[in-house]
Ligand binder design. Sequence first.
Ligand code: ATP
Length: 319
Amino acid sequence: MIKLEKVSKSFHDTLAVKTVSFEVKEGENLILLGTSGCGKTTTLKMINRLITPDAGEVIINGKNIAQENPELLRRGIGYVMQNNGLFPHYTVGENIAIVPQLLKWDQKKTFDRTKELMAKLHLPDEYINMFPHELSGGQQQRVGLARALVADPAVLLMDEPFGALDNVTRASIRKEFKGLEELKRKTIVMVTHDIQEAFELADRICLMDKGEIIQIGTTKELLYQPSSDFVIKFMESERLSLEFRVTTLYDLWHDLPEKNSSNAILVSSDLSVWDALNCFRSGVQEIAFSKDETAEGRSIDINDLTLAFNRYQIRYQHE
Ligand SMILES: Nc1ncnc2c1ncn2[C@@H]1O[C@H](COP(=O)(O)OP(=O)(O)OP(=O)(O)O)[C@@H](O)[C@H]1O
């Protein structure tokens, strides 16, 4: 769907992006992760031609975007800017209606879609006539997302979409974001420097340093098959919580005892170890899940979970 082939970009003496190549499959969520100044935003902006590469090609759906009209290209790509980028003198409704206006939608269609998205993003109806400064940071962020999603683009680019928020708001918006039906079919490239965020949201992570890709892979590949010391060091301080986040109950199936209790609370096999631990922390004694529809359910308590997780870690590291 999106393909970067040996893309480079310099600003004066700074080589911001150095022969970067990657592919993003349809419906995939690729996260560009790395320290400040490593070239994430520059890479992202080359996908919607806000920045033109010095060398290399960006191909979307088989077409080289250098040959496309930049305005037309951008209408088909949703873009959530760093610090939301809302126009301060436009109301919420006017901010969301920018692309529909360019697409010459009639007023009713624009209004209906705006209302639909505001409801999905938990923005009260009356906000439509308010200005961005009258909203909280989290609400502004939701408006920025609504603006990017309004024309239902197949591709969504997001630059630190939760960057300006405090940790609590950030975590809750992230959870909502993960559950949003509107985003499930989209091909998403997102920039962040927050490791936990990247590991929670990504299908694959592209870890960058000094304009280059250090490793690109699934969260499990980065954790359990790091390509260099840089990757190990980058995750070192948060390693255990990242492992809790990326490991699901399904992964632990073979490491769990075969027992079943009627008192257990039923959960999905997609539940991460992190969320399962939170469940136990909130007072639940036992949870139960099944690997698939044919398998008999298993119930586990916190001891079963931690033992199985330790076994799994050892097994995975040696695979
Ligand atoms: N318009 C510009 N003019 C000059 N230098 C720039 C410009 N944009 C980016 N750079 C430089 O290019 C390098 C990469 O910047 P970029 O914004 O892509 O990094 P980043 O990883 O997104 O950083 P951050 O997380 O801090 O936003 C940096 O050294 C930056 O100073």
